[in-house]
Unconditional design. Structure first.
Length: 215
């Protein structure tokens, strides 16, 4: 039986590599090698930029590739949040909520996209009523900044657990360099969570509206 050539599209091969790297990253964490863990995780995250470029360059965009990219992103973020919950047990509930919000908001978005007959979840910029979501899905630079800030926030939390740095004093408050970097990234991280909440609400509203029309 021949293999469907879509599985061998260049951007999809990059997607397979990303998933393998994420699994390797989590394996190295479980083995106690945090340095390789975060290096490999970061490489896999950076590769996310190249699968889209490859899809456009080789005219190999596909629904399978979009789903693969979504699965890789959601699985990677959930995996890193689970690791952070292990490192920072006092914030277990916060990481559980972050995982649930990330997964549920994107699942509802994909479901709504399919029900509306749209070809891509990024088309939500055309049907959402929220200005922030229109900006997020309509402006690639804005989207990239929020995605990068979100991942960087988690990566910095991971590094802050293992790395000792010099301390800065500010109005009787002492911060390590890593803590200061986390504080700087916090507004972008929180804005990304807001977009997830709006994404969940908007998608759920679209699905419910379609249900009502079909009754």
């Amino acid at each position: 039986m021949s293999i469907n050539k879509v599985f061998l599209f260049v951007p999809n091969i990059i997607g397979y590599v990303r998933i393998a790297l994420y699994l390797a990253s989590f394996l190295f964490h479980s083995l106690g090698n945090w340095q390789l863990c975060i290096i490999i995780y970061s490489i896999a995250f950076i590769l996310d930029e190249f699968d889209g470029r490859a899809a456009r360059a080789y005219n190999q965009s596909s629904n399978f590739g979009a789903a693969l990219d979504m699965v890789a992103d959601r699985s990677a973020t959930a995996g890193l949040c689970l690791i952070l919950a292990q490192l920072y047990p006092n914030y277990l509930l916060a990481f559980i909520i972050a995982i649930a919000l990330d997964v549920s908001s994107h699942y509802y978005l994909i479901y709504a996209t399919g029900m509306l007959g749209k070809s891509s979840h990024k088309d939500s910029a055309n049907w959402t009523e929220h200005g922030l979501l229109k900006l997020y899905y309509g402006n690639k630079t804005f989207m990239d900044v929020l995605i990068l800030g979100n991942e960087l926030f988690y990566i910095l939390l991971y590094l802050a657990f293992y790395l000792v740095s010099f301390t800065l004093s500010l109005n009787s408050f002492n911060f390590s360099v890593w803590q200061l970097a986390i504080i700087v990234c916090s507004p972008i991280y929180l804005l990304k969570q807001v977009t997830n909440i709006l994404q969940l609400q908007s998608s759920a509203q679209q699905i419910a509206d379609i249900d009502l029309e079909n009754r």
